[in-house]
Design a protein around this ligand. Structure first.
Ligand code: IVH
Length: 777
């Protein structure tokens, strides 16, 4: 798994990289969700979270096949805490999509217009401050407050009725008239800056956390002591319509006794949206409470209805977010962090500073090249930013503040682990040097070992309940768990379990649960087993492809071992990894080296002339790369002969040819199984396990094995439904049309994909035909 998502544009990722990054994103965001929703102690700012969410969406757009069931794009919030009783919302509480620039706001406007097929007459919107608090839903029946709940996961929230009742902004009885018999009023609970200073500042990082923490107190008296406030801006379930526009609805909410935001505006067209944002930006410092953007909503409710929702957010609204914030602080030290795959990342240790509401003490410096390029030095005052990357980042030094003693940073040439392995720059498969420096100690490096173990027990791998990172680290530190098999041995080791029972913080129940959690995973599907090994570049998708292809662990291991025995030798890799030498050039060189033939060249001919005469297929780039690398003709000849002798064997080729695997993943597997200690780890583990075959995709349906593209609007189901349905029937769903596509389902508004399909002569059917085909017509 990447230590941080790479900086590569989503479109440049390989499928394996994309799958890995999506896994990382899902896991990371799930952890952030828990910190935010359940612990009221966010680990990252909204802006930063949004960057992750967006990255996730970008990758999913390029690799629609990889959209995970637990994708953050399909989730709203996190499950409600068990401390409060659950309340099912009458209508789910959804969230909003974000826009980060004027262009995106204009695009939103255009999208609405396109969707509604409107001419040029301006559309009205409301522009409301996006209050940075926590949303709540309050149910009124016959004008009386009956229940109040937090958002929770959007479907089920927490019952905080007693706490909400203590807010003076929340009426016990609705005022005026005209309210529906049943209505869920929705809005934001927040703290003003004054209130935050008076109550909360000591305990919480920012007003939003303080509001959340205060509302989610088990003792409503504590809530009552905090000056919580409430703005109403929306509604959920209603027994009868009560307005025709959002603006009218806000007026009604006000008339019934709620506070509505006085800065809300009714504007027209894209220009109106942009003006409102500028205005709100200017008002922001004087509002007295935190806002993190502006919410645009289509004013007409009948249009809202028509626009509907895409998965978790309405098409009729968007949040235009304010940009990330920056702050200055001192760079105290630069530490190196070693990830599971040995990638070494420099981390800035900072004098604590609040950026965008969260205290930052660590920030990424990305890699050695970045440090050099920015010339960041220990002791520098640096600018820290909390957006545009996954974790806070150091933008650069403030040169005027540089102490005289500050020396340029020298990237260590050895790993901080006890092995002190030399840190070399990594090269990609095509031979390009990358910015990543890696510890090659693998499982002998304790940093990598513990990261491997964490990966092994993680949710997508063995998912061992009761064995979190903390416990794992403790067992690792005790020397109890050094490799995955030790986890299973631990569950049988009564002496150790007794020691645990006696240990502080443990007890009979948790030890029983831990043992049960481990034993439950002694039977494991092959794909999880493979993924759990933590081989570089072998993400969930590749693991599943391997598991489906090989079916049993025995045949997978046989293939992996055969490939390991026949993987390319170093002599081959010299060429395979040379920048400028692509697959065609490589084949030409190897072909020539296997059967060299004399060519006539003038005496004293240059390297290039000889090369051109001997292997005419080589282009200029390849010839130049070879000359740079070998200089002398004789050294080239020798190296090429060695490469030809060391080219990978057929068994390697077979592994690489498995659908969904490819040469890079195959090389990683071959390298992994080529190491004796990895083999031993696998053997030890297998002694504890029963590996089961992966679930096979359906093969007996009309669409099994076919690659399908949905394009245009679907009218009877959502995209997600369509995709899920197709996949359940054994089809693959892709986002783009290519020669590999078997079927295109086109709805109204289909554009370039439909055209490509027609050009390629691919079968195109309608949504109704599709439903017919899958037996749902
Ligand atoms: S409307 C279907 N209006 O922003 C969407 N939300 O990311 C309903 N928020 O969960 C939300 N001010 O907590 C809406 N004027 C406003 C808002 C607002 C703040 C929050 C709310 C929501 C989140 C969406």
């Amino acid at each position: 798994m990447p230590d941080f998502p790479s900086a590569k544009p989503a479109a440049d990722l390989t499928e394996a990289e994309a799958a890995e990054e999506l896994t990382w994103l899902a896991d990371t965001m799930a952890a952030y969700d828990i910190a935010y929703y359940q612990d009221d102690a966010p680990k990252v700012s909204d802006a930063e979270y949004d960057v992750l969410k967006r990255r996730n969406a970008e990758i999913e757009a390029v690799f629609p096949d990889l959209v995970r069931e637990n994708s953050p794009s399909l989730k709203i919030g996190a499950a409600a805490s068990a401390q409060f009783s659950p309340v099912e919302h009458g209508v789910p509480m959804l969230s909003l999509d974000n826009a980060f620039s004027d262009e995106e706001a204009v695009e939103f406007e255009a999208r609405v217009r396109r969707f509604l097929r409107l001419d040029d007459s301006p559309i009205a919107y409301t522009a409301e401050p996006k209050i940075d608090g926590l949303s709540a839903s309050i149910r009124y029946e016959n004008g009386r407050l009956v229940r109040g709940a937090t958002r929770g996961d959007g479907r089920v929230g927490e019952d905080v009725t007693a706490n909400l009742r203590t807010l003076s902004d929340i009426p016990e009885r609705l005022a005026g008239s005209g309210w529906p018999e049943v209505i869920e009023i929705r809005g934001e609970v927040y703290l003003e800056h004054e209130g935050f200073k008076a109550a909360g500042q000591k305990t919480y990082a920012n007003p939003r956390n303080a509001a959340a923490g205060s509302l989610r107190q088990l003792d409503p008296k504590i809530s009552a002591q905090r000056p919580l406030r409430f703005f109403a801006y929306a509604w959920g379930l209603v027994s009868s319509p009560f307005a025709q526009t959002q603006w009218e609805a806000l007026e009604a909410l006000k008339a019934w006794g709620f506070q509505t935001n006085p800065q809300s505006r009714r504007v027209e067209g894209a220009d109106g949206l942009l003006d409102a944002y500028r205005e709100m930006e200017g008002l922001r410092p004087r509002l007295g409470f935190d806002i993190d953007g502006v919410v645009y909503k289509v004013d007409r409710l009948d249009w809202q209805q028509r626009l509907g929702f895409v998965s978790r957010s309405p098409r009729w609204a968007i949040a235009r977010k304010f940009p990330a914030e920056q702050a200055r602080t001192i760079l105290n030290a630069i530490d190196l962090q070693v990830g599971r795959t040995g990638a070494v990342t420099p981390v800035a240790r900072l004098a604590p500073v609040t950026v965008g509401g969260v205290v930052v003490e660590n920030a990424t410096l990305h890699n050695g090249d970045e440090i050099a390029r920015k010339d960041v030095r220990i002791g520098d005052t640096v600018i820290v930013q909390r957006a545009g990357d996954v974790i806070p980042q150091v933008v650069g030094p403030v040169l005027e503040e540089r102490p005289e003693s500050a020396e340029p940073y020298v990237f260590p040439d050895t790993c901080p682990c006890p092995l002190k392995t030399p840190l070399a720059r990594e090269t990609t498969a095509s031979g390009a040097e990358t910015v990543v420096r890696r510890c090659t100690g693998e499982l002998a490096c304790p940093f990598q070992r513990i990261e491997h173990l964490k990966h092994f027990v993680s949710r997508r791998a063995f998912d061992i309940e009761g064995l979190g990172e903390k416990q794992l680290q403790a067992f690792f530190d005790k020397g109890w768990v050094k490799e995955p098999a030790d986890i299973f041995r631990l569950a049988k080791d009564e002496a150790k379990l007794d020691e645990l029972r006696a240990a502080e913080g443990y007890g009979e129940t948790s030890v029983t649960n831990l043992k049960a959690g481990i034993d439950a995973k002694r039977a494991i599907p092959l794909d999880r087993f493979i993924y759990g090994l933590g081989v570089r570049h072998i993400g969930e998708t590749t693991s599943l492809a391997l598991a489906r292809h090989f079916e049993t662990v025995e045949s997978f291991l046989a293939a992996a071992r055969a490939a390991a025995a026949q993987r390319a030798g170093d002599g081959h890799e010299v060429f395979a990894q040379l920048d400028g030498v692509g697959p065609t050039a490589l084949e030409a060189i190897l072909g020539w080296a296997a059967a060299p033939h004399e060519v006539l060249v003038p005496e004293g001919a240059s390297f290039d002339t000889r090369l051109k005469a001997s292997i005419p297929k080589l282009n200029k780039t390849a010839r130049e790369a070879l000359e740079r690398r070998f200089e002398e003709w004789t050294s080239f000849e020798r190296a090429a002969a060695a490469a030809a002798a060391q080219r990978p064997g057929e068994d390697f080729g077979e592994l690489a040819a498995v659908d969904g695997v490819g040469p890079v993943a195959a090389r990683m597997i071959a390298e992994f199984f080529g190491e004796d200690h990895n083999e031993a780890t696998v053997e030890n583990l297998l002694a504890e396990l029963q590996v089961q075959p992966a679930e096979r995709p359906k093969t007996d349906t009309a669409v099994a094995g076919k690659t399908i593209v949905f394009t245009g609007a679907l009218e009877k189901m959502t995209r997600d439904e369509a995709k899920a349905q197709a996949e359940a029937l054994g089809a693959k769903v892709s986002g783009s049309v290519s020669k590999k596509t078997n079927l295109v389902v086109a709805g109204p508004g289909a554009g370039s994909k439909l055209k490509t399909a027609t050009d390629l002569g691919i079968e195109v059917i309608s949504e109704d035909d599709w439903l017919e085909l899958v037996g749902q017509g």
